[in-house]
Write a protein that binds this ligand. Structure first.
Ligand SMILES: [Zn+2]
Length: 101
């Protein structure tokens, strides 16, 4: 069994694309921390879209400009819906803002 910290999980800086099966929108993501990202996501692009976004498994153009990032929270409450995902090494997704200050 591989450890959670195995090198295979270290995709920091790697980009990925998720494509929605209903609206066809895509989002470009980047891994900011070491951890696990899901194969499927609820659609993030279109308000009220009930589609599922599917990972391109990191087989994307590395020159893409990511708009979302996968990150590991500093802490997470036990009653958070993402708690079990995060304690198993999962990363969370957030939109990248232009605020670099
Ligand atoms: Zn959609």
């Amino acid at each position: 069994m591989k450890s959670k910290d195995s090198i295979d999980d270290d995709r920091r800086g790697n980009k990925n694309i998720y494509t929605c099966d209903i609206c066809g929108c895509i989002i470009v993501t980047v891994d900011s921390d070491r951890g696990v990202t899901p194969m499927f996501l609820a659609c993030k692009s279109t308000t009220n879209c009930r589609g599922t976004m599917t990972s391109a498994m990191y087989l994307v153009d590395p020159g893409l400009n990511p708009t979302w990032e996968w990150y590991r929270p500093d802490s997470i409450a036990k009653d958070d819906v993402a708690y079990n995902h995060v304690v198993r090494g999962g990363l969370l997704l957030r939109e990248i803002t232009d605020d670099k200050s």
